[in-house]
Design a binder for this molecule. Structure first.
Ligand SMILES: Cc1cc2nc3c(=O)[nH]c(=O)nc-3n(C[C@H](O)[C@H](O)[C@H](O)COP(=O)(O)OP(=O)(O)OC[C@H]3O[C@@H](n4cnc5c(N)ncnc54)[C@H](O)[C@@H]3O)c2cc1C
Length: 304
C-alpha cells in the first residue's frame, strides 16, 4: 500500500506524512479520500485501513481492518456495505472522524471524541450490534435468536416493573429501613424504587415475588435501563436528531460560491471535502453551527 506510486494512482496524490509521538514518521493517505465503507471514492474496489489511513494504535488498526475486510467481502457478494454510525459504535466515530476531518497527527480513538457515550457502553454491545452482525453474516442464527430473546425479556421486565405497584405495608417499610432507604408515604412502582441510589433490581428481589428467572447480564441491563432511563431517553432523542441530519443529503453538484453568507473558511472547507450530508458537513472543523443553518436555509429555498 505504502509502496504504491502515488502520482500514478488517482486519489492518492494528496498523501500526507504524519509523525508519531515516538518520532516514527510514516506516509499515510489523506483519509478524506475514503467513503465510510473505507473504499476509495475514486478507486473502485480498493479499501484502506489502519496506520496508512493516518491512525495510530492497535485497536484503531484492528477496528478499521475488520470493517475494510467485511466491506471488501460485501462488495464481492454484491451486498450493501456495513457502515456503523457515530451512535452505533466507537468504530463509527473513528471512521467518521477519519473520513470527514483532516488528520494532522496520528489519530487515536479517545472516548471524549464520541458524543453519545451513554449509548456506546460495552455492557450491551450484543444488543447494540447484533442486527449488523447478523446482516453481514457474522452472527449465526442461533446467537442472533439468543440476543432477540434477551432483548424481549429485558423489554417485558422493564414494562412489568414500571407497572407493578407496592403499597405502604409493614413488610415494604421494613425492607426499605433495612436497606437505608426512606419509607414510603404512598404507593410506588418497583421501577421507582430501583431508581433510588441505594437500591437496584437485584436488591428488590425480596419484595418482587413475580420476577422471572433471568441471567446475570440480562439483570444488569434491566437495572441500567430503569436507573438511567431519563438520560438514555434524552440521548436517544439526540441520536434521532443526528440521524435526521445524516439523511439530509447535499446535492453532489452544489456550488458553494452560490450560497450567500457562508464564512470564507467554511466555504473553502466545504468545497474541498464535498460532504455527502448536512450531518457530515456539521462535523468538518471550520464549519460552524451558523454555517450549517445558512446551508439548511439555502437547501430549503433551492429544493427541486
Ligand atoms: C514503538 C511503537 C510502540 C507502539 N506502542 C503501541 C501501544 O502501546 N499501544 C497501541 O495501541 N499502539 C502502539 N503502537 C502503534 C501500533 O503498533 C500501530 O498503530 C499499529 O500496529 C498499526 O497497525 P497497521 O496494521 O495499520 O500497520 P502495521 O502494523 O505497520 O502493518 C502494516 C503491514 O503492512 C506490511 N507492508 C507494508 N508495505 C507493504 C507492501 N508494499 N506490501 C506488502 N506488505 C506491506 C508491513 O510489513 C506490515 O506488516 C506502537 C507503535 C510503535 C512503532
Amino acid at each position: 500500500m505504502l509502496d504504491l506510486d502515488r502520482r500514478s494512482v488517482p486519489g492518492l496524490e494528496n498523501a500526507v506524512i504524519v509523525r508519531n509521538a515516538y518520532a516514527i514518521e510514516y506516509d499515510c493517505i489523506n483519509a478524506t479520500q475514503l467513503k465510510a465503507s473505507l473504499e476509495f471514492k475514486e478507486i473502485d474496489g480498493l479499501f484502506s485501513a489502519g496506520q496508512s489511513n493516518g491512525s495510530s494504535g492497535y485497536e484503531e488498526a484492528a477496528a478499521q481492518g475488520i470493517i475494510a475486510g467485511i466491506n471488501a467481502a460485501m462488495k464481492l457478494l454484491g451486498k450493501d456495505p456495513l457502515i456503523l454510525d457515530r451512535s452505533d459504535a466507537y468504530i463509527g466515530v473513528l471512521i467518521d472522524d477519519l473520513v470527514t476531518k483532516e488528520t494532522s497527527e496520528p489519530y487515536r480513538m479517545m472516548t471524549s471524541r464520541a458524543e453519545y457515550r451513554l449509548l456506546l457502553r460495552q455492557d450491551y454491545a450484543d444488543l447494540r450490534l447484533y442486527e449488523y452482525g447478523h446482516r453481514a453474516g457474522l452472527l449465526s442464527d442461533e446467537r442472533y435468536n439468543a440476543v432477540v430473546e434477551k432483548k424481549r425479556i429485558i423489554e417485558e421486565e422493564v414494562q412489568r416493573l414500571s407497572e407493578t405497584s407496592v403499597g405502604t405495608s409493614a413488610k415494604i417499610q421494613e425492607f426499605l429501613r433495612a436497606h437505608g432507604s426512606t419509607e414510603l408515604t404512598s404507593g410506588s412502582t418497583l421501577a421507582e424504587l430501583i431508581r433510588r441510589p441505594e437500591l437496584s433490581y437485584e436488591a428488590i428481589a425480596d419484595i418482587d415475588p413475580e420476577r422471572p428467572e433471568v441471567s446475570e447480564t440480562t439483570a444488569e441491563q434491566i437495572n441500567i435501563e430503569i436507573k438511567y432511563e431519563g438520560y438514555i431517553k434524552r440521548q436517544r432523542i439526540q441520536v434521532d436528531q443526528f440521524r435526521k441530519l445524516e439523511k439530509k443529503l447535499i446535492p453532489e453538484g452544489i456550488d458553494y460560491d452560490d450560497v450567500p453568507s457562508l464564512r470564507i473558511e467554511a466555504r473553502q472547507k466545504l468545497k474541498k471535502m464535498r460532504p455527502a450530508s448536512i450531518g457530515q458537513a456539521s462535523r468538518i472543523s471550520g464549519v460552524s453551527p451558523a454555517d450549517i443553518n445558512v446551508l439548511l436555509v439555502y437547501l430549503g429555498r433551492n429544493r427541486d
